[in-house]
Design a protein around this ligand. Structure first.
Ligand code: KDG
Length: 320
């Protein structure tokens, strides 16, 4: 039986080997990633059994994606082949236009994963899981993907499976209005919501963590985590509030940090840890992921988290 079920696209990622505008970059490193797969890999490394629902084209890139997910220990039994459409591709441009940040260029319209539909959602697969994780990316891929997300949500909520929603708004995939119309009903069904100020501004008209949390908690979820980038993260329930600063680490590529945070945070809640520890573990996972290229490669195991936190505490006590 699986702990975690998610649905999402895994894209081929071409990560610039050098910094600056892509028009001047000659070499790229091949990776594969996708917010939901990054999360599922993170959860697997942290000791949970996760499965992903998606479609891939069975070409060389599709085989690479499948090998990678299988190698990471994910359940791939619900991945369908969709050979009439290509696998989505995206490029990562590093340290341009904003130093210290990465930006992305997608080639994913009409991709194999965008063909997912309600037929891909087998009720038993979702019902038997402990947690269904969705993000704002999959429903933005196509109307059939959106229907698939809502079908999974309905099944999970009727079967009392815990639901987590990470808003992850990508404005290159849809408009503010479409994001709002889709994500607010998803948030209403969720138990755990992860978001960030830019997304909350679109969805709720506020960027202030306390206001974001208040509004979301009023909609039904029990726990809200707000990712604050270099300022760390905050978490709220009706009774408790916690905030933890980010760890300072050398940054190679910031993409994937949010998914790592989600895995660290949610896995800790599932383990019964309190909000403070969940935030700290989420922040640790986020910090580790940004130190290497690729969106999930440095997702930590429990042992990695322990070593990282011990090293950080030593650095802090050395300062005193
Ligand atoms: O959260 C990281 C994702 O943005 C990245 O892995 C690619 O899924 C992706 C997307 O749609 O941007």
């Amino acid at each position: 039986m699986l702990d975690i079920v998610t649905l999402g696209e895994i894209l081929i990622q071409l990560n610039a080997a050098s910094n600056g505008p892509l028009r001047h970059v000659t070499y790229f490193e091949k990776h594969a990633a996708g917010a939901e797969a990054n999360f599922a890999i993170g959860m697997t490394r942290l000791g949970f059994k996760a499965g992903i629902i998606t479609r891939v084209r069975g070409d060389e890139f599709g085989k690479y994606i499948i090998n990678l997910l299988r190698g990471e220990g994910l359940d791939i039994s619900r991945i369908k082949y969709e050979n009439e459409a290509p696998n989505g591709v995206y490029f990562i441009q590093r340290n341009y236009p904003i130093p210290g940040k990465s930006s992305v260029l997608y080639y994913r319209k009409g991709s194999a994963a965008s063909k997912m539909s309600i037929d891909d959602i087998e009720p038993k697969y979702v019902k038997n899981a402990r947690l269904l994780h969705l993000t704002g990316i999959t429903p933005a891929l196509s109307s059939s993907c959106k229907e698939a997300c809502f079908k999974a949500l309905k099944i999970a909520s009727e079967a009392s499976v815990t639901i987590s929603v990470d808003t992850n708004i990508r404005l290159s995939l849809w408009s503010d209005e479409e994001a709002r119309k889709t994500l607010l009903p998803m948030i209403e069904k969720a138990n755990i919501v992860l978001t960030e100020p830019q997304d909350a501004e679109i969805l709720l008209g506020t960027r202030t963590p306390e206001d974001i949390a208040k509004k979301i908690l009023r909609m039904g979820p029990e726990t809200v985590a707000i990712k604050l980038g270099e300022e760390g993260a905050a978490a709220y329930t009706k009774r408790k509030t916690a905030r933890k600063p980010a760890f300072k680490v050398p940054t190679e590529d910031v993409i994937g940090a949010g998914d790592a945070f989600a895995a660290g945070f949610i896995s800790s809640l599932l383990r019964g840890l309190d909000l403070e520890d969940a935030l700290e573990i989420g922040n640790a996972a986020g910090a580790l992921v940004v130190t290497v290229k690729g969106d999930f490669e440095n997702m930590p195991s429990i042992d990695d988290v322990k070593k990282f936190l011990a090293a950080q505490r030593k650095e802090i006590s050395d300062l005193r």
